[in-house]
Design a protein around this ligand. Structure first.
Ligand SMILES: CCCCCC/C=C/C(=O)SCCNC(=O)CCNC(=O)[C@H](O)C(C)(C)COP(=O)(O)OP(=O)(O)OC[C@H]1O[C@@H](n2cnc3c(N)ncnc32)[C@H](O)[C@@H]1OP(=O)(O)O
Length: 389
């Protein structure tokens, strides 16, 4: 049955003090313009929803603050104040979005949540469905869909060694479970900021060469899992994507993106070179000239540009992204699973051997790049806060 809950009940253990201020009945005067009635009714409606999860609550929080107070201009909370920092990040990510647009987006989001909770009143709370054993991911299986969500929102879902290993484990488990399709997505405002640059700081006693060697093996194994994944694999790109989180998209069967997403592969800036088989898949998908702009010159694409160039399947407005995408995926997941798997095999199998060879070669080249001065300086500049993308 649908749960009516109070402001206290909406917070979940992962983020226990995350309260949605929209639940407070106070609405500042600045919000009382065009869609005042709709906005007020959304504020009441939100109290009747099932817990929508932290990601959505952060979106609601950010839109509410933007709609009532305008752009974020409060100081950024400290590193250890994770919850307030996540809230601040979500609000700040809205930039100069006009108050009226934020109000409209809030109303749209609540309306999307209401209709999806109407149609799935038996859904178990996420905590019950969550698969145990992952620290950097939230893995859930429901409606024949296994969802692997990168879960380091405070670090923009940067991929640590542990996250690479957990994604490989989750993919292996998903390839054998009874789900029909598998989804990779991110928690928070980013899809992923790519390789966690602090991976480079953990040098073993055997030295930097050994570190580069083990990194190349990890990279090759990680990308191999995507090449070999037997079921339809869908990326739900909820926000900006950087580096390896972009390159592996060429190995997915479908890529849905929010219109807030961007696609950025700044390898030359970082003294590195392409991976994830992108040296092959990108020129094939978008033609060599467009691929070179991304992979050599680090041109950042908007979601619309990435869609026009064939890397993204479809772009959705951020305010309705989750609702539209999951409605579509739930419908796809009801198709005969064996037929989908076999179709994927027919489409992908003849390329597999080639992709494994390309992956091995890209990993070998990167192993050398990681030892270069260009790469070391770029990573040190980021880690000492002298540079950002
Ligand atoms: C097995 C190894 C395989 C390696 C394969 C090769 C892979 C290559 C790549 O993926 S290359 C791409 C690498 N990524 C980057 O260079 C991104 C670096 N990050 C940034 O430039 C920025 O953080 C940003 C533009 C993504 C976001 O900027 P902003 O919105 O201003 O947020 P913050 O910078 O304050 O970030 C919040 C918090 O997250 C930390 N963080 C973000 N990205 C990374 C990252 N890639 N590695 C490590 N840490 C990251 C950032 O430091 C902040 O932490 P703090 O709050 O200061 O503790």
């Amino acid at each position: 049955a649908r749960l009516a809950y109070s402001a206290e009940q909406i917070s979940v253990p992962v983020c226990s003090s995350l309260q949605v201020p929209a639940l407070q009945l106070h609405v500042s005067k600045t919000a009382m313009r065009a869609s005042q009635k709709d906005f007020e009714s959304a504020l009441s409606q939100v109290k009747l929803l099932k817990d929508p999860g932290n990601e959505v609550k952060l979106k609601l929080y950010a839109l509410y603050k933007q709609a009532t107070e305008g752009p974020c201009n409060t100081p950024k909370p400290g590193v250890f104040d994770l919850i307030n920092k996540a809230k601040w990040d979500a609000w700040n990510a809205l930039g100069s979005l006009p108050k009226e647009t934020a109000r409209q987006n809030y109303v749209d989001l609540v309306s999307g949540l209401s209709s999806s909770s109407d149609s799935s009143s038996q859904v178990k709370p996420e905590a019950d469905r969550k698969q145990p054993g992952y620290e950097t991911l939230v893995v859930t299986s429901e409606d024949s869909i296994t969802k692997i969500m990168m879960n380091r929102p405070a670090k923009k879902n940067a991929m640590t060694t542990q996250m690479y290993n957990e994604i490989m484990l989750a993919l292996k488990a998903a390839s054998k479970d009874d789900s029909a399709i598998t989804v990779l997505t991110g928690n928070g405002d980013y899809y992923s900021s790519g390789n966690d640059l602090s991976n480079f700081t953990d040098i073993p006693p055997e030295g930097i060469e050994e570190k580069a060697k083990s990194g190349a093996i990890l990279l090759r194994d990680f990308v191999d899992c995507f090449i070999d994944f037997p079921k339809p694999l869908i990326a739900v790109v909820n926000g900006p994507a950087v580096g390896i989180s972009v390159t592996i998209l060429g190995l997915f069967d479908t890529v849905y993106a929010s219109n807030r997403a961007t696609f950025h592969t700044p390898f030359s800036h970082l003294g590195q070179s392409p991976e994830g088989c992108s040296s092959y898949t990108f020129p094939k998908i978008m033609g060599p000239a467009k691929a070179a702009e991304m992979l050599i010159f680090g041109k950042k694409l908007t979601a619309a540009e990435a869609c026009a160039q064939g890397l993204v399947t479809e772009v959705f407005p951020d305010s309705t992204f989750q609702k539209e995408v999951w409605t579509r995926l739930k419908a796809y997941s009801k198709l005969p699973p064996n037929a989908m798997r076999i179709s994927k095999q027919v489409i992908r199998n003849r390329e597999k051997e080639k992709l494994h060879a390309i992956n091995a070669e890209e990993s070998r080249v990167l192993q050398e790049r990681w030892l270069s001065d260009e790469c070391t300086n770029a990573v040190m500049n980021f880690l000492t806060r002298k540079a950002k993308l």
